[in-house]
Design a protein around this ligand. Structure first.
Ligand SMILES: Cc1cc2nc3c(=O)[nH]c(=O)nc-3n(C[C@H](O)[C@H](O)[C@H](O)COP(=O)(O)OP(=O)(O)OC[C@H]3O[C@@H](n4cnc5c(N)ncnc54)[C@H](O)[C@@H]3O)c2cc1C
Length: 439
C-alpha cells in the first residue's frame, strides 16, 4: 500500500468540496493497527460521508455506523418537495452502498458513550468498543422553547426540520387539504439553527404552491430576528413573485415578533408585539440543540459542541470527533454541504492518526442554494481554514439582486448536481437519476 502524498491530502480533505474524493483514485493508508475500530453515530450528511471515506481510505479498518433509521430522508431539498418540485421518495436513501463497501451498518439508537472505557451503548442492548468515535447526530428540537409547543403539538403544527419524513409530509398534506383563502403561518427560529436560509426557501416554496393552487390564501411569517441569510435576494423574490401572498414580520426596534404562545387546538399564535394570528396551517420551527447523544458523551457546552477547527476533534472528550449541525463551527453555517466537507477532514485525520502519518492543514467549504421560484435559484458560500483557534472564512460570495434569469437557472442546475453528488458521497452509490421533478 502506498503512502498518501501532501498533494493528495489537500485534494481529498475538502479543498474542492463535493466530488473530490469520490472521483479520485485514492491510495489507501497503511494502518498499523489493522483491527482498529472506528464507530460513527449518525448516518446523515456528516456521519455517512465519514463512514464512506474512512472505510474507503483503509478497507482493513473495522468501521461501524450506528444510525437510528433504515431510511435517511434528507432535509436538504425537502422544501422542494413541499413546493411540489420533487417527490418525497426522491429524498429517501438507504445504506446498501455503505454495507457493500464493508461498513457495518447498525440500525439502532445510540443511548450512551463511556469515554473512559471507549464504548457506545445502544437501545437494543449492544455495546460497541471504539478507538476513534465520530458523532454526527444532527439536531434535537427544543420543544419547550415556544410556550404551548410540544412533541405532541408538532403533529398538528409540524416543524418539518429533522430527517423524519413525517413532518415534511404533514406540512405538504395540510397545505393540500387547506381551503383556498386559508392562512398559513410560519414561525421561524433565532440564530443559531440548522440551515439559515432554510425557512425562507420554504416560505418561497409554500407561497409558490399557494399562488398556483390556492391564490386567495396568505402566508404570514413571524420572525424573532431582525435580519436573515440571503435577505436581499429572498425579499426581492417575495416582492417579485409573492407580493399578494407573503406577509413578512421581521423584528424591529419597536416590534418583537418572537412567539410567546401557540395553541395547537385553536392554531392561534401570539407574538411579543401582541400580534395574534389564527392559522389554518402552522409550520412552527423551534430553537434547536446538538443531538442528545452528544450531550450524553459530554461533548456539549450549552446547546452545542465546541470543536478544534484543525480536525473537528471534540474540545471536551478525547478520541471523539463531532461534526455537522451538532457543532459550534464559528462562521460555518449548519448545512449538509458543511457537514460533508467537515466529514472528509475528519476521515483524513483519523486515517493519518491511525497510520501515524503527518497531518496537513484542513480546508473546508460551504455553498447553500435556495430555490425561490421555478428556475430561479440563489446561492451563498465561502471557504474556511483554521486560524487562531477559529474557522476563518475567505472567498465568500452571495447572489445579488437583479441577476439575469440565465444565472438563476444555472444556479438551480448546480444545486441539482450538488444534491446528486452529496448523496453519492454519503451513501457510496452512483448518483441517483430518478424522481427529480414532478409532472
Ligand atoms: C428545510 C431544510 C432545508 C435544508 N436545505 C439545505 C440545503 O439546501 N443545503 C444544505 O447544505 N443543507 C441544507 N439543510 C441542512 C442539512 O439538512 C443539515 O445541515 C445536515 O443534514 C446536517 O448533517 P448532520 O450529519 O449534522 O445531521 P443529519 O443529516 O440530520 O444526520 C443525523 C443523523 O443522525 C441520526 N442520529 C441522531 N442521533 C442518533 C443516535 N443517538 N443514534 C443513532 N442515530 C442517531 C439521525 O437519525 C440522522 O440520520 C436543510 C435543512 C432543512 C431543515
Amino acid at each position: 500500500m502506498s503512502d498518501i502524498s501532501r498533494r493528495d491530502f489537500a485534494r481529498l480533505a475538502g479543498v474542492g468540496g463535493v466530488g473530490t474524493w469520490a472521483s479520485s483514485a485514492w491510495a489507501p493508508f497503511a494502518i498499523a493497527q489493522g483491527a482498529a475500530k472506528v464507530v460513527i453515530v449518525g448516518g446523515g450528511a456528516g456521519g455517512a460521508t465519514a463512514a464512506h471515506y474512512v472505510k474507503k481510505g483503509a478497507p482493513e479498518l473495522d468501521v461501524t455506523l450506528i444510525e437510528a433509521n433504515p431510511i435517511y430522508s434528507s432535509s436538504f431539498f425537502s422544501n422542494l418537495y413541499i413546493g411540489g418540485f420533487r417527490t418525497l421518495e426522491s429524498l429517501n436513501h438507504n445504506y446498501g452502498g455503505l454495507r457493500r463497501l464493508g461498513v457495518k451498518v447498525v440500525h439502532d439508537l445510540a443511548t450512551d458513550v463511556d469515554a473512559a472505557k471507549r464504548t457506545v451503548k445502544t437501545r437494543g442492548g449492544r455495546t460497541y468498543a471504539y478507538d476513534r468515535l465520530v458523532l454526527s447526530p444532527g439536531i434535537d428540537i427544543k420543544y419547550d422553547s415556544i410556550p404551548g409547543y410540544s412533541r405532541e403539538a408538532s403533529r398538528l403544527m409540524p416543524h418539518g426540520y429533522t430527517t423524519a419524513a413525517a413532518g415534511k409530509r404533514q406540512i405538504r398534506d395540510q397545505l393540500v387539504a387547506m381551503r383556498d383563502g386559508g392562512t398559513v403561518v410560519m414561525v421561524t427560529p433565532n440564530n443559531p439553527y440548522r440551515c439559515p436560509p432554510g425557512p425562507y426557501e420554504r416560505a418561497c416554496m409554500i407561497a409558490h404552491y399557494l399562488k398556483t393552487k390556492k391564490p386567495k390564501s396568505k402566508l404570514v411569517i413571524l420572525d424573532p430576528k431582525k435580519a436573515f441569510s440571503k435577505q436581499a435576494v429572498i425579499t426581492e423574490a417575495f416582492d417579485k413573485y409573492y407580493k399578494s401572498i407573503i406577509e413578512l414580520n421581521l423584528t424591529t426596534e419597536i416590534d418583537d415578533y418572537s412567539v410567546v404562545s401557540v395553541d395547537p387546538k385553536t392554531k392561534e399564535i401570539v407574538t411579543k408585539a401582541g400580534k395574534k394570528v389564527k392559522a389554518d396551517v402552522a409550520n412552527v420551527i423551534p430553537q434547536q440543540r446538538a443531538g442528545e447523544i452528544a450531550v450524553k458523551a459530554g461533548c456539549t457546552e450549552g446547546d452545542w459542541c465546541p470543536i478544534n477547527p484543525d480536525n473537528f476533534a471534540s474540545k471536551k472528550v478525547q478520541n471523539v470527533y463531532v461534526l455537522g449541525d451538532a457543532t459550534v463551527a464559528a462562521e460555518m453555517p449548519k448545512s449538509a454541504f458543511s457537514a460533508n466537507s467537515q466529514a472528509k477532514v475528519v476521515a483524513a485525520d483519523i486515517l493519518a492518526d491511525l497510520a501515524k502519518k503527518e497531518r496537513f492543514p484542513a480546508r473546508y467549504r460551504n455553498t447553500c442554494w435556495s430555490l425561490l421560484a421555478p428556475d430561479d435559484d440563489v446561492k451563498v458560500g465561502a471557504n474556511y481554514a483554521p486560524k487562531d483557534g477559529k474557522l476563518d472564512p475567505s472567498g465568500s460570495f452571495v447572489s445579488q439582486r437583479g441577476e439575469t434569469a440565465e444565472v438563476r437557472k444555472q444556479n438551480f442546475a448546480e444545486s441539482v448536481a450538488w444534491y446528486d453528488s452529496i448523496i453519492s458521497e454519503m451513501f457510496a452509490k452512483p448518483a441517483p437519476t430518478a424522481g427529480k421533478k414532478k409532472g
